[in-house]
Design a protein around this ligand. Structure first.
Ligand code: FAD
Length: 371
């Protein structure tokens, strides 16, 4: 599915409130939905820092200010669209946006305290596997629900478990599980995560007044070509050339194309953080979006209530941590660019002692965050 088709589906779920944008305006109104259950609005009473310093600095770095990243242009600095009700920072969630407005529908049945143990399959005569229901476990034991359509959405850790307990997955795992299933479909489930880190700079006293923002008002999506110097681009190409066996050929080709075509490899979220003494820190939440490491999650027994085995294999591809160190270094380009540069007091973390890629990776190794 291409990005445009995916966005069209997402927009049906949303009600966009463009008038809540205090910073940039100029959204692409045709790229949004207006009848869906999820409210999409912007932060309110946001610090003037973002208009006076953040946006001009992003522009001065030669990046684009992207007035709307919900269309098919997800590059550049954008005022963050949030899945929150306007003026409250309260989130739409499953209950208030999907369940409660529909709970009187006679064809809606919600089963709580019911653990799906496996998907059931038609005894198809051809090679096509068609689900026709699920088996689930309650306090009363195992039950069956027949269905025309089954949508599996048990999250990153449990969807693979349900699939492998249903006969879809890694052949070696399926063999070890000896589950009761009428179908076997071989596939390779894997885990993948972005790598993140917070980078903090102290702002000069009284240079900024914090607003009501709770979430990063500015999101900046940056290609590797912007983050990396010419020399670093060559190092990146060398590191990315080492494809690990954990990565399928198709995924590897897609990652390489993302990078080389200038898709966002880095996300930098800009926030202000008030300190107890009244001073303000600038927080860059810097991300390596497209990591090359792949791990796995599998059921370790045919018991559907048993915990899964997880090995995320973080940092198994050398490019990942190295690239995150370069994203941290890029925040130094940002803070030395005007108009932001003149109100930066100091780098708090990592701190100027961590300068080389090796130093930064040493610091990041025990401190990176995954999402
Ligand atoms: C700390 C954190 C912060 C995040 N922040 C953001 C953010 O700011 N913006 C953003 O876009 N994304 C964010 N994400 C990611 C986002 O939360 C997930 O991508 C999203 O929730 C995934 O939704 P899902 O429906 O696929 O899975 P989940 O939300 O994991 O839902 C799966 C559901 O299935 C249930 N389940 C599992 N197994 C079974 C079973 N066998 N039978 C029945 N039910 C089962 C689980 O109990 C769960 O309720 C964040 C994630 C984390 C962990």
């Amino acid at each position: 599915m291409v990005l445009g088709q995916l966005l069209q589906i997402l927009q049906k779920k949303r009600t966009f409130l463009p008038e809540t944008d205090e910073l940039t305006g100029g959204q692409d109104l045709s790229a949004h939905g207006y009848d869906g259950p999820i409210a999409v609005s912007y932060g309110f009473n946001v610090s003037s820092f973002f208009k006076d310093y953040a946006i001009p600095t992003v522009e001065a770095l030669g990046e684009v200010i992207n007035e709307d990243n919900s269309d098919e242009t997800p590059i550049g600095g954008t005022f963050q669209q949030l899945s929150v009700f306007p003026g409250t920072y309260n989130r739409p969630y499953s209950a208030n946006s999907y369940l409660w407005p529909n709970q009187d529908r006679k064809n809606l049945h919600v089963f709580t305290d019911s653990l799906i143990s496996r998907i059931l399959w038609n005894d198809a005569e051809d090679d096509l596997a068609t689900a026709n229901g699920v088996e689930y476990i309650t306090a009363n034991g195992a039950e069956v629900l027949n269905a025309k359509n089954v949508i599996l959405s048990a999250g990153a850790l449990h969807s693979p478990k349900v699939l492998e307990l249903s006969g879809v997955g890694d052949p070696a795992i399926l063999e070890s599980l000896s589950t009761e299933t009428s179908r076997q479909i071989f596939a390779k489930p894997y885990t993948e995560t972005e790598l993140d880190v917070n980078v903090f700079y102290a702002l000069k006293n009284d240079s900024v007044t914090i607003g009501s923002e709770t979430n990063a008002p500015l999101i900046d999506l940056v290609p590797g070509q912007q983050v990396l110097s010419e020399e670093d681009l060559q190092i990146s190409a060398q590191l990315r050339a080492n494809k690990s066996d954990d990565l399928s050929d198709a995924q590897y080709a897609a990652l390489q194309k993302f990078f080389e075509d200038g898709f966002a490899q880095t996300e930098i979220n800009w926030s202000l953080v008030q300190q107890e003494d009244g001073s303000v820190k600038l927080d860059f939440y810097a991300t390596d979006l497209h990591t090359y490491s792949r791990g796995y999650v599998h059921p370790n027994s045919s018991d559907p209530t048993a915990k899964v085995t997880i090995d995320p294999k973080y940092l198994s591809a050398e490019h990942d941590l190295w690239y995150l160190s370069r994203a941290v270094a890029y925040t130094r380009n940002i803070t030395s660019t005007e108009p932001l540069g003149s109100i930066i007091d100091s780098e708090v973390t990592p701190g100027v002692n961590y300068s080389s890629p090796e130093d930064l990776q040493e610091l990041l190794r025990p401190n990176f965050i995954t999402m």
